[in-house]
Each structure stands twice: as structure tokens, then as C-alpha cells.
Design a protein around this ligand. Structure first.
Ligand code: PHE
Length: 458
């Protein structure tokens, strides 16, 4: 079927609305929970530099490629590949994206559930100077009942927003809340860098030591870039499918990438000085590290205890909302697939697949102390949540992004893609640079690093 004659489809209210929604998808736990954790495990400053390179040379071009495919076909990822390459195996890339979306949503909701719990905990004044924040975290994440209950609550919120449609709810919220999150993060960064002992944290974060760079570090940086920018599984194809032909895709992709990266960098400026101030190891801590570190920073804000309560509650509310605008995009991919391809009602699809993701998330909820073999998987040594994150939040996205860039660069072709970009005003700024990056740089960098990883394993 010619995609342009397909059924009429919702579009975003405006270009700004689309940028905010896409930035809402990109900005989330990946920036504030994921980035400092992965950067800490991979050597700090050297990782940061490689991350920035990966964002500029690979992430941004793939983002544009996904948006182009989405707007061209006005379909979910499976339908999009089917429309552009009918009868070909490329549709599997879309299918892998949908599957990856459900699995990421499963553990994402567990971590986001912790955020909801922390809104409550900070509000009732749990954290004061000298509170053992690590013990509070392990009571929450290590208890089967609280971990699963907060996960359930967060998943219910996600389903609720997706049911209402993205346009009204999400558009309106993100407009106010994303800037607010930015301001609060900037304020916290100022507080963190002025702590005693912050210097060592800044050195770790900003002064690269290239002896620490290995294949794993580079792969983690690329994987983190894709996760943080919501790439490699079709979220941006889906969001791109609601973009009107009047809007400019290139600057939209640029803004989203810029906003997402700025927030991640700020999160590092908060976490590393605070870690060193508290005398903790940057690579330690696992999935809970950020929760433990941030609460100790927040509770130190004067005047005690109100400063901690106000900033703490505000911070976790904003983080919870940032996570919600991301989880919504994950569920939206699956929902749009079920609606477009299988004729399900939006309501049924959102509830059914949200439910599936909830069940899939239960082992992740139990993997932080509640069940010991899930907390340290036999033969693997990682906890189930971190392991699932590695497989689906990193590897699957890297492979998905590789296939998307090969498809757009070589199969469907940069010429056709360029035509789609020019739909609005006939221009394609940076078109040549983009073609070069998407055809040569992105795929070869990803393949090289995958080969190196496999070689390291053997
Ligand atoms: N980018 C989101 C974050 O950083 C997570 C996400 C990944 C959302 C993939 C959609 C798709 O929190």
C-alpha cells in the first residue's frame, strides 16, 4: 500500500510540541540514573568524551534517520519497514524494536517505581543529615512487596497516559516540567561542585585518562547514547510518524539530541562530586547508586529539614515525570504496532501490553536483594535487572541502530530519505554530512566495535 494513502493519523499540535514530546522520550532515567552509573563504571572523563563523540557522529544521524522513516511511512516500526521494503526480511528489525520496547519498559518501570517511592519518602522527611541512605534504598528495592507495588503503580500511570493519547496529556506537561527539571538540576550541580572533596569528583569526570579506554568502554558509550536518545528500537520512528509534513526534521533532531545530552552532562556534574565528597567509589553501587547518592546530597540542603524535603520532593517528582514521558514512548511503540498491524483498539493494546511488561518486570523488581539468585545470576554474576539492561537496553539497541542505518543509508537510500526531509521547504541543511555519517561512519563504527567485543570474548 502506498503509505501516503493510508488511514488518517494523529499529528502533533506543532513543531515545538513534537520536539518536547521527543525530548520527553529521550530525557529520563537514562540521563539521571543511567549515564552517571555507566560513566562511573567506565572510567569517567574518557567515557564522557567518547560518549559525546558517539552522540554527535552516530546518535544524531540515527535519530534523523528514524524520524525520516517514521514521517515517510506514518507507521509503527513494523509497518514502516513493511511499507518501505515490502516482502523483505527488514520487517524483522521493526519486530525486534517492538520486542525490545516491551522488555525495556519492564525494567524501566521498576526503577521508575523507586522514583515514585522516593517522592513519598522525601515528602515525609525520611532523609536528614546523617541518614543511612543506602539502608533505606535496600529496604525499598530489596523488599519484594514494596518493589513490586511501586512498579505496578508506575506501570498503571504509563498505561493511563497512553490511553489518553499522547497529544493532550504529554504535550501540555512537558512544556512546563522539562525546563523546570533543567533549572533544578543546574541548581543541584552548583551545590554539588561546591562540596568539600568535589575536586576529586570533577577530575574523575572531566580529566580523561585514556588508558582506561577498552572495547567495552566504547561499546558502553555507544549503547548508552542510543538508550538515552531513545534510538534503535523504533521509538523515534513512531514519534516521527506523527510529525506533520510542514515541520523541519533536521532542527528537531538537533534540539532533541542537544537537550538530552545537556541533561546527562548535568547529572554527572551532580553525582561525581557528591560521590567523592562522600568517599564512595564511582564504579560501585549498581542500579541503586544514584538513589543513594542523590538523597544524601538533597538532605544536606539547608535549612534542615525543610530544604531537603522541598528539593527532594521536587527533584523526585520531576524525575518521575521525566521517566513517565519516556515509558509512555516505550508503550506507545507497542501500542501503535498492535493498533496499526493487528487492528486492536488502543485501549485494549495499551492495557494488554502494559500488563505483559508488568509481569516481565517482576524478576527485575526482585533482583535487588529480594531473591538472591536474581540478585546475582548464577554463572553471570550480575543482577537480573542489570543483565536485562545490558542485553536489551544496550546490545539490542546497538544492533537495531546498525540495521536502521544500513537500511536508510544503503537499501531504501539517502536520496529517498532526502526527498522526505525536503517535503517542508525544499531544504536539507547538512544533508551531505548526514548521508556520509549514516552510510559510512555509523555502521562501520558499530560493526568495528561489535567485532572487537567478540574478539575480546574469544
Ligand atoms: N531515553 C529514555 C531514557 O533515557 C529511555 C528510552 C529508551 C525510551 C528507548 C524509549 C526508548 O530514559
Amino acid at each position: 500500500m502506498d503509505p501516503s494513502t493510508g488511514p488518517s493519523r494523529d499529528t502533533w499540535g506543532s513543531k515545538v510540541a513534537f520536539i518536547l514530546a521527543a525530548a520527553g522520550s529521550a530525557i529520563g532515567l537514562g540521563n539521571i540514573w543511567g549515564f552517571p552509573t555507566v560513566a562511573g563504571q567506565n572510567g569517567g572523563a574518557a567515557f564522557l568524551l567518547i560518549y559525546l563523540g558517539a552522540v554527535a557522529l552516530i546518535g544524531a544521524p540515527v535519530m534523523l534517520a528514524e524520524l525520516i522513516v517514521g514521517r515517510r511511512t506514518q507507521r509503527n516500526p513494523v509497518g514502516a519497514f513493511r511499507a518501505l521494503a515490502p516482502g523483505k526480511a527488514w520487517v524483522i528489525v521493526g519486530g525486534l524494536g517492538v520486542l525490545t520496547g516491551i522488555v525495556i519498559l519492564s525494567f524501566y518501570s521498576v526503577i521508575a517505581g523507586w522514583t515514585l517511592a522516593y517522592i513519598y519518602k522525601t515528602l515525609i522527611g525520611t532523609f536528614r543529615e546523617g541518614t543511612d541512605t543506602a539502608a533505606i534504598f535496600s529496604d525499598l528495592a530489596g523488599g519484594a512487596v514494596p518493589a513490586i507495588s511501586w512498579h505496578l503503580l508506575f506501570m498503571a500511570l504509563t498505561i493511563w497516559v497512553v490511553l489518553g493519547g499522547v497529544r493532550d496529556g504529554i504535550e501540555r506537561w512537558t512544556k512546563v516540567l522539562m525546563p523546570l527539571l533543567f533549572v533544578l538540576l543546574a541548581a543541584l550541580a552548583v551545590r554539588a561542585v561546591t562540596l568539600s572533596g568535589a575536586d576529586a569528583g570533577l577530575t574523575f569526570y572531566l580529566k580523561p585518562d585514556f588508558s582506561k579506554v577498552t572495547g567495552t568502554v566504547i561499546l558502553s558509550a555507544i549503547g548508552q547514547a542510543f538508550f538515552s536518545l531513545s534510538l534503535g528500537m523504533g521509538a523515534m520512528i513512531t514519534y516521527g510518524s506523527y510529525v506533520s509534513k510542514r515541520d523541519d526534521l533536521v532542527s528537531s533532531a538537533g534540539w532533541v539530541t542537544f537537550a538530552d545530552t545537556t541533561i546527562a552532562i548535568l547529572a554527572g556534574l551532580i553525582i561525581f562530586p557528591t560521590l567523592f565528597h562522600a568517599g564512595l567509589e564511582p564504579g560501585s553501587g549498581g542500579p541503586g547508586m544514584v538513589f543513594v547518592v542523590l538523597t544524601s546530597l538533597l538532605s544536606s540542603i539547608p535549612p534542615a529539614p525543610y530544604g531537603g524535603v522541598i528539593f527532594g520532593t521536587g527533584f523526585f517528582m520531576l524525575l518521575g515525570i521525566a521517566a513517565l514521558t519516556s515509558s509512555v514512548s516505550l508503550l506507545e511503540v507497542v501500542t501503535s504496532w498492535a493498533v496499526d498491524e493487528h487492528g486492536m483498539s488502543r485501549r485494549k493494546a495499551a492495557i494488554c501490553f502494559g500488563g505483559v511488561a508488568f509481569v516481565l518486570g517482576i524478576p527485575s523488581a526482585l533482583a535487588n536483594g529480594a531473591v538472591s539468585w536474581l540478585t546475582s545470576l548464577p554463572g553471570i554474576g550480575m543482577d537480573f535487572l542489570s543483565f536485562t539492561f545490558m542485553l536489551f537496553g544496550q546490545y539490542s539497541l546497538v544492533i537495531g541502530a546498525l540495521l536502521i542505518s544500513l537500511f536508510v543509508g544503503w537499501v531504501w537510500g539517502v536520496r529517498a530519505a532526502g526527498e522526505e526531509v525536503r517535503e517542508n521547504d525544499g531544504r536539507f541543511p547538512l544533508g551531505r554530512t548526514w548521508s556520509f555519517l549514516i552510510r559510512f561512519v555509523a555502521p562501520s563504527a558499530i560493526v568495528a566495535i561489535l567485532v572487537k567485543m567478540v574478539a575480546d570474548l574469544i
